[in-house]
Each structure stands twice: as structure tokens, then as C-alpha cells.
Write a protein that binds this ligand. Structure first.
Ligand SMILES: Nc1ncnc2c1ncn2[C@@H]1O[C@H](COP(=O)(O)OP(=O)(O)OP(=O)(O)O)[C@@H](O)[C@H]1O
Length: 226
């Protein structure tokens, strides 16, 4: 599998907390990788460094031929918008916008007309089983619906990688499995890589491969052939 995203010797500290120590991991194109480990181990920090949300104190992050950690803030934001999709534990939707607008607005940033973005947003919400949510605001949605909308928003612009930080952590197991099932089915169908932070072993079982983080140290399991 060709490497898409590669962290090499990445370290990140917050004050005296060494959240990540010398982490070296690779994400292949189209690969679904679970990042697991106990609370506070450094999983989110690793995800944020790979996604260009955080800049590491040491080490390198490569996205294809691009050295992510050397880009300035604007360039990283642009790259994230174009090439990455992100799903947070609590959706991270804009509360003032409807579900449809939450999905459509990033598409308009990407250059689609309002009408085309609205149409694509509707299609994506339908695909994720959240068509009925289109006119509603996040405050009017269930946790599972919020995550479906967040997944639609993360996938709609055709990213190469989706980063999901405990995307089902706030949901009961049935809703969680449905959301995760939809995310992975859509991503696998499109060859989109997924980096999935979880401390739930059942969730990790959906992945092709696991990166286990303990005390800031990341260990990769070998690739599983499907
Ligand atoms: N912005 C921050 N400021 C200060 N400390 C931080 C910050 N972000 C993370 N940390 C600390 O870094 C360590 C790793 O945090 P991180 O969120 O990466 O762990 P995690 O494995 O994702 O944990 P959880 O499963 O509880 O979300 C923790 O000790 C945490 O308190």
C-alpha cells in the first residue's frame, strides 16, 4: 500500500506533559487505521499532528510530497479543507446553521455554487441516512443524527483522509455502530483513508490496522490483508 501520510520522529509537549514522544507512523492510501490506547495516552495529539491541526515540536509529518509541519497556518488550513475531513466526538457543527448548511458551506468554500453545494449536501445527508435532518439545526438533532451530519460534512468534498476523534464516543452502542458503519462503508467505497481515534476495542476491530499509543509512545501493528 502506498504511503499517504507519514509521521516520523514526532514529539509534542504541552508544558511539562510530553503528550507524544518520537512517534513514527504511516497511513496508506485508502487504509482504515484505528488509534487506540488509554485515556491521556496521546491519541488525539497524534491525530492532530497528522491532520496539521497541531505542529509538532520535533519530527516531520509528510502528506504525499508535502511537508505538512513546515507549512504556515494558512496553507495547513487550505490543505485540511481540500484533502482532509474531520469528525469530532461531539460533531463540531455550527449551531446557527441547518444540517444542510453545515454540509454545504465547506463545499462553497471549495468553489461550488450555492445551488450545487445545496444539492450535494442533500445527497450526502440522504446517503448517511440523515435526509430528514436537512432543515434542522444541530440543537434539534439527536447525538446520532449530529454525527451523521458531521460524517456527511467530512466526506462531501471528497477528501483523501478522514480523521475521526472518538466519533461514536458520545453515542450508545447501536447508534455508534450505525454511524461508524456508514462512515467506513462510504470511505472504503471511495478509497478514502480513515484515521480513527478510539479507546473502544470493538471500534478498533473495524479497522485494517491498529496504532496503539501508550504514554505518548506509538506502536503500529502490521497491516491486515482483507
Ligand atoms: N492543549 C493541551 N494543553 C495541555 N495539555 C494537553 C493539551 N492537549 C493534550 N494535553 C495533555 O497531553 C496528554 C495527551 O493528551 P491526548 O488528548 O492526546 O490523549 P488521548 O489519548 O487522546 O486521551 P483521551 O482518550 O482521554 O481523549 C494528556 O496528558 C493531556 O492532558
Amino acid at each position: 500500500m502506498s504511503p499517504l501520510l507519514r509521521a516520523s520522529g514526532v514529539s509534542k509537549a504541552f508544558g511539562r506533559t510530553r503528550a507524544l514522544r518520537d512517534a513514527s507512523v504511516t497511513i496508506g492510501a485508502g487504509e482504515v487505521v484505528a488509534v487506540s490506547g488509554p485515556s491521556g495516552a496521546g491519541k488525539s495529539t497524534l491525530l492532530h499532528c497528522l491532520a496539521g491541526i497541531l505542529v509538532p515540536d520535533a519530527g516531520e509529518v509528510h502528506y504525499g510530497a508535502t511537508r505538512l509541519d513546515e507549512l504556515d497556518e494558512n496553507a495547513r488550513t487550505r490543505l485540511r479543507r481540500e484533502a482532509f475531513g474531520i469528525v469530532f466526538q461531539f460533531g463540531g457543527l455550527v449551531p446557527e446553521l441547518t444540517a444542510a448548511e453545515n454540509v454545504a458551506v465547506p463545499l462553497m468554500f471549495g468553489g461550488l455554487s450555492r445551488a450545487k453545494a445545496a444539492e450535494a449536501a442533500r445527497e450526502w445527508l440522504e446517503r448517511l441516512g440523515a435526509g430528514d435532518c436537512a432543515p434542522l439545526r444541530p440543537g434539534e438533532l439527536s447525538g446520532g443524527q449530529v454525527q451523521r451530519v458531521a460524517v456527511a460534512r467530512a466526506l462531501a468534498h471528497g477528501p483523501e483522509v478522514v480523521f475521526a476523534d472518538e466519533p461514536t464516543g458520545a453515542l450508545d452502542s447501536v447508534a455508534g455502530e450505525e454511524v461508524l458503519g456508514s462512515l467506513l462503508a462510504e470511505a472504503r467505497g471511495r478509497g478514502t483513508a480513515v484515521v480513527l481515534v478510539t479507546h473502544d476495542n470493538r471500534v478498533a476491530a473495524y479497522a485494517d490496522r491498529e496504532i496503539v499509543v501508550r504514554d505518548g509512545v506509538a506502536a503500529e501493528s502490521p497491516a491486515v490483508t482483507r
